[in-house]
Design a protein around this ligand. Structure first.
Ligand code: XBP
Ligand code: MG
Length: 256
């Protein structure tokens, strides 16, 4: 029985990375007079590190080796503080919009009484304003639980955020499904025993590298059907990832 669906944020609810987070990081570098600028190719590579502050540390360790470890820690903290401010400004501009099918699926699941949660490695300072901007107050209130990077010691691909979600939902993994966009997110959900639907985007790994229960290029809308990229359980698909799709997947994974 499907009781709850846990949504990732970045790359899943909205395409926030290339024109959002990446731009905010570059504004932070410029504000501190640093010569670094992350183009799409560089940022794509750095996205293998979950967590903006961790991503900065990873980059500085390879590009600012004249600094001591403590100086790099302090610089990463300040850069990430600025970056979060800039990302909040980007959110306020209103240019970030929900990916196709997100609002439709949230409404369907809520109407069907499926419990909803958020599990992201992103920072709470922007997650809440982003949800309000993307979804509006009423849909943001659909989420019973919102877990962010501050709630865990280890970020994805650690399963910690999903373990916490299961605990707060008081549900076994077999009654829950995750919607993600990245390999880190897939690994985290699977390590928690949770089946995972991947909604690929420009920064996602190739579908053949993602051993998810279903891989699509979007959640789909009637007007813009999704393309199935991997469907190992041969779940019936009608162009959109719907409550019915998730129920069929759940039945295929956990036959009565
Ligand atoms: C994606 C991430 C985050 C964002 C940047 O999170 O890894 O780090 O890239 O946000 P998810 P912060 O896909 O799990 O939502 O700078 O706040 O970490
Ligand atoms: Mg993501």
């Amino acid at each position: 029985m499907l009781e709850a669906v846990i949504f990732d944020v970045d790359g899943t609810l909205a395409e926030t990375e290339h024109d959002g987070h990446r731009v905010a990081f570059n504004r932070a570098f410029a504000a501190m007079g640093l010569p670094y600028r992350w183009d799409g190719k560089t940022y794509h590579r750095l996205l293998s590190v979950a967590g903006g502050r961790e991503r900065l540390l990873f980059f500085l360790a390879r590009n600012a080796d004249d600094l001591s470890e403590q100086q790099r820690e302090e610089l990463a903290r300040e850069l990430h503080r600025l970056k979060t401010l800039y990302f909040r400004e980007i959110i306020a501009l209103g240019g970030l919009t929900p990916r196709p099918g997100v609002l439709r699926l949230l409404d369907e699941l809520h109407k069907a009484g499926i419990r909803l949660a958020i599990a992201t490695t992103g920072s709470r300072d922007w997650v809440e304003p982003l949800l309000l901007t993307l979804l509006g107050k009423s849909r943001s209130d659909f989420f019973e639980i919102i877990l962010t990077g501050e709630d865990v010691h280890a970020k994805k691909p650690s399963p910690e955020v999903y373990h916490q979600a299961l605990e707060k939902l008081s549900l076994p993994p077999s009654q829950v499904m995750a919607i993600e966009d990245s390999r880190n997110g897939l690994l985290a959900a699977h390590a928690a025993g949770i089946a995972c639907v991947i909604v690929r985007n420009r920064y996602s790994e190739p579908a053949e590298h993602l051993r998810a229960e279903l891989v699509v290029d979007s959640l789909g809308e009637e007007s813009t059907p999704a393309v199935v990229l991997s469907n190992p359980h041969a779940v019936e698909f009608s162009g959109v990832v719907s409550h019915k799709t998730l129920l069929a997947l759940q039945r295929a994974l956990h036959p009565a």
